[in-house]
Every structure is written in C-alpha cells, then in structure tokens.
Design a protein around this ligand. Structure first.
Ligand SMILES: NC(=O)c1ccc[n+]([C@@H]2O[C@H](COP(=O)([O-])OP(=O)(O)OC[C@H]3O[C@@H](n4cnc5c(N)ncnc54)[C@H](OP(=O)(O)O)[C@@H]3O)[C@@H](O)[C@H]2O)c1
Length: 380
C-alpha cells in the first residue's frame, strides 16, 4: 500500500490484545516480551487446547525455551486462554472476551513446506473467518497479521520491494507461501479491518539464546556446511532475522500511534543480509574449526548421488528426508532473495542485527543435537 495510508491507534489503551499462535516460534517470542510488561493483564492468547488449564501448560512450556523466569511464568492465567482452532472458528467466535479485544497479533498458521492438507483451510479460510468473527464482535484499532516475505513467489525482482502487487499467477515453490499471499488478500477484502501486514524474511534463532527457543531452519546451514556443498553459490546472500528482533518490531508496531503503511517487510535487507561464506566464518570462529576452504555449488542430482555418505557427514538420519529437505530449502536458498525494508526508516524502527553477529550462538546452542533432531521442528 502507498505511504499515504495511515493507521492510527489511540495512545491510551482500554481493550485487550489477542495474540494467536502463542505456542509457535514467533508467537511465543512475542509473549515472552509481553509477560514482562504491565500490559500482560490485558493479553488474551488463542491456543489449541482442550481446556484453559491445558492451554496454560502449553504456553508455559514454550515460554521456558526463552528462559522466562518462574516468577513471570506464574503470570499466565487460565482466564487469558481462549481455546480455539482456525479450523473451527464458530466454536470460539461467541466467546464474550472477544468483544473486549481492540488489538490483534495474528501469528497462527500452518507453516509446513510439505503438502499439509490443512494449509489452505487454516491460512486462508480459517484466518479470514477469524478476522470476520472479531470484526463482528470487537472494536478493533489494529490487526497485525504476520505474512511471509516469500509470498512474493519465485520470480520476484531481487531485491524484493514491500508490495502486495504480485502477479496472481506468481510461481511458488511450496503451497505454504502461496497460501500466505492468499490469506493477505482474503483479509484485505474485509471491510473496515484495520489491517497491518508484516512479512518476515527467514526467522532463524534468537540474538541472545541462539537456537534454544527453536532450531527452525538453522539446521539447513548446518547441513550445507557439513556437506561442504549445497545448491547455491557460497557468496549468495541470505536474508535472515532473529525471532526476538521480529517480536520487538511487531510490539513497536502495536505501540505506534500512527503507522505510515499497511505492509512491511521485517528483514535484514540488502545491507544486512549475509552470504553463506560469511555465516560459515562466524560459525567456524564460534566452534573453533577452520572455515570451509573448498565449498562446491552442486545440483540436486549430485547430492542425491552422495546419499550413502549422509550418515557419515550429517550424523544419524533418514536419507530420503534429508534429500527432500535439501530440495525444498535449497530452492529458496538458490534464489538469493533479499527483502527491502525501507519502510522501517519511515517509522524510526531499529535495524536488525546481521546473522553473522549471532550465528555462532546458534552453532553453540545446537551442539547437543543432531541435524536430524533439529529439523523435526520444520517437518511436523
Ligand atoms: N519462522 C519463519 O521463518 C517465518 C518466516 C516468515 C513468516 N513467518 C510467519 O510467522 C508466523 C508464525 O510462524 P512460526 O515460525 O512461529 O510458526 P510455528 O512455530 O509453526 O507456529 C505456528 C502457530 O500457529 C498455530 N496454529 C497452527 N494451526 C492452527 C490452527 N488450525 N488454529 C489455530 N492456530 C494454529 C500453532 O499452534 P499449535 O502449537 O497448536 O500447533 C502455532 O502456535 C506464521 O504466520 C508464518 O507464516 C514465519
């Protein structure tokens, strides 16, 4: 959307903030920050759970990964849990607490890169039904929807600008990214929804805790470095941001009285994206090994031909799963897409750290787990 569009939020808050996806990687990072603030008492969490007790337990479990102190964990109350599933919006749409909601951060989504049968049902239909249910009940001031920068598709011009004017028939590597673009379009059609879309690039690790909260996607770097081969060039840039930075930006957006746009990338951008070579150097320094001196860019067939060596190079693993991961994640890495984030400057938000500044922490916090163990989080 153009910069003339402004969304205003009254500075004095009277209503509830509803966070969805609170048991996921990004949602729990946001909750781990909110729980430290006076606003916590006004926070509601939409959680898939049979009852609020189970919901509390699920939220606490994820918050522990962020090293939230016990005293703060005790602040999670059953009264804050809205048990709900985007597949069954009608089942929670009449919850009276929704009438008090003024702000939403929507992190719920099926994030699988595979052929998950519920991708469209949750990410498009359920997301739309959820927003409509809230519009019918609540007086919303701001609805922050988390999209993905990769919804630009495979043929986007690099660096990718912050735009929703992507062609209808853009090619996508996985139906997840396609569904995420469609969900944005679905939400934009809801009259009066005070929508702000944030599109993170690739979220990897935490700038202070490394991979402790989640090993999502970090294992792809491990894999490439262990094989000393991957589908992309070693000097390809990759646009990565840490989860705590994403959470911080979303909370700032929530607090801003005025936002000048309705669509933002949360990304490292051309200036702060790192190359695989730079990331390897950072990881090597942390682990006390030599940086890779003979990296080879190879094609998929080459890697398929070396599957017998996978256990020796990657540790105990299912070779087929490894190959599928290489194919899927390699397709994104090869594109070398970086995502412009000019709009942050308009808002005065901080720039992200480079991945090289905390990749060593990710490596150190991954040492007790194999690549196969780490990748489970992305193949649920
Ligand atoms: N991680 C990244 O690199 C990245 C990059 C760009 C954009 N994003 C976007 O950021 C958002 C959060 O991603 P994430 O990495 O935190 O994903 P995640 O760890 O997979 O978490 C997804 C969250 O959505 C919830 N969810 C799944 N199906 C649901 C349903 N049917 N009804 C209600 N909630 C449901 C999950 O609940 P359960 O715990 O019950 O399964 C979980 O809390 C997503 O919109 C994703 O597209 C992520």
């Amino acid at each position: 959307m153009s910069t003339v569009h402004q969304t205003a939020v009254a500075s004095s808050r009277t209503g509830k903030l509803l966070v969805t996806g609170a048991t996921g990687f990004l949602g729990s990072a946001i909750v781990s920050r909110l729980i430290e603030t006076p606003r916590w008492d006004e926070v509601l969490l939409l959680v898939r759970a049979r009852n609020s007790t189970e919901g509390v337990a699920r939220v606490i479990e994820t918050l522990k990964r962020f090293e939230v102190p016990e005293a703060l964990l005790a602040r999670v109350q059953p009264s804050q849990i809205v048990c709900g599933d985007f597949l069954l919006v009608d089942a929670f749409a009449n919850d009276p607490r929704l009438g008090d909601v003024t702000e939403v951060v929507n992190c719920s989504a099926v994030t699988s890169f595979g052929r998950h049968p519920q991708i469209r049902k949750v990410n498009v239909e359920g997301t739309g039904a959820f927003a409509e249910a809230l519009m019918a009940k609540a007086k919303l001031r701001r609805f922050i929807h988390v999209g993905t920068a990769m919804s630009c598709g495979l043929n986007a011009v690099n660096p990718v600008i912050e735009s929703d004017a992507f062609p209808e028939n853009a090619e996508h590597a996985v139906s997840y990214t396609e569904s995420k673009l469609e969900s944005e379009r679905r939400l934009r059609r809801i009259p009066g929804l005070p929508l702000v879309v944030v599109r993170p690039s690739i979220i990897v690790g935490h700038s202070r805790l490394g991979c402790k909260p989640s090993s999502s996607i970090y294992w792809v770097f491990r894999m490439g470095f262990a094989l000393e081969r991957f589908l992309c060039d070693f000097d390809t840039q990759i646009d990565v941001v840490p989860v705590d930075y994403c959470a911080d930006i979303i909370l700032r957006m929530l607090d801003a009285s005025v936002l000048h746009n309705t669509l933002y990338h949360i990304s490292a951008g051309p200036e702060r994206s790192s190359t695989f070579r730079e990331i390897d150097r950072a990881v090597a320094a942390a682990l006390g090994r030599e940086p890779i001196s003979h990296y080879h860019q190879v094609d998929y067939a080459f890697l398929r031909a070396m599957t017998d060596r996978f256990p020796e190079l990657l540790g105990p693993c299912n070779k087929k799963v490894m190959l599928r991961a290489i194919q899927t994640y390699g397709a994104f890495a090869t594109l070398g897409l970086v995502f412009r984030n000019d709009r942050f400057q308009t808002e005065g938000f901080p720039v992200p750290p480079c991945f090289t500044e905390y990749a060593g922490l990710c490596a150190l916090s991954s040492m007790d787990r194999t690549i196969a163990e780490q990748m489970v989080t992305d193949f649920k």
